[in-house]
Design a protein around this ligand. Sequence first.
Ligand SMILES: CC(C)(COP(=O)(O)OP(=O)(O)OC[C@H]1O[C@@H](n2cnc3c(N)ncnc32)[C@H](O)[C@@H]1OP(=O)(O)O)[C@@H](O)C(=O)NCCC(=O)NCCS
Length: 242
Amino acid sequence: MPWTRPDNVPYPNVWWTFDAPDPDREDGALATYRVEDLTEDRIEDAVKLYTEHFLDDEPLCSYGRVRHNAVSYEEVVKFWMHVFSEKMTIVCYKEGSKELVGANLLAVKCVNDKTDITGLIKSESMQKLVAVNEYMTDTVNLFERYGVDKYLTAYGLSVNNRYRGRGIATEILKARRPICRAFGLRLSSTNFTAIGSQIPAAKIGFQTDLEMMYDEFVKVNPTYTFEGIKSKSIKLMSLQIE
Ligand SMILES: CC(C)(COP(=O)(O)OP(=O)(O)OC[C@H]1O[C@@H](n2cnc3c(N)ncnc32)[C@H](O)[C@@H]1OP(=O)(O)O)[C@@H](O)C(=O)NCCC(=O)NCCS
């Protein structure tokens, strides 16, 4: 049985609030932001956020030109919809505004999960993206290393371009602790593909399990080439929850 969100955890729930600079204020004044569960009525906007503020910037999607290839774009949107349906995706709003400031696609991975999505993915760029992500998690057996039977994972952290550079990704990542506690999870692990997410993750206590330079992947498989990718390495990083 795949993991499902238990009914005893309120939904939608606000997981984290924080103050950070407001891009609409020239005097550098702070605004209050909140991180909460994505709700059904904002799914279309979440797809828009990931399309416009993730696909051309996240190193692997940008390298694979996922937004610009009809097949890979359709596959990635289908994948997001599947992740949204698990009701673990979180979004960030500025108080008093409905604009999506950022989001993180979250999911719970269990040791007995048998879901194999490789058969559903036909485009070369998406196959490569899935393959390197799987290489990372297959190489480090997180279940054994941390002695857990499930953990909170993530499939994409996005901050709206006009809000970047204000510590918002760092704050969104801080929501992992209260989320894990609410669901009784002792571990959160993620493949961080960009320096702009690896730095925030390290700041809040994620430790690196495995780092692979993008140009090292050809040694794993000669087709895993990433010449000219806009990032140095991918890091599988973990946060243990006391
Ligand atoms: C990565 C992303 C989520 C960061 O959001 P953000 O709100 O700007 O992040 P923060 O402000 O919390 O922190 C970013 C940190 O990375 C640093 N950083 C960002 N780009 C960098 C670069 N190219 N080189 C060195 N440091 C960089 C910033 O200086 C900052 O560190 P600092 O606070 O010590 O100065 C955002 O840029 C984004 O949505 N990118 C596109 C999608 C993506 O790549 N997601 C991550 C994939 S796992």
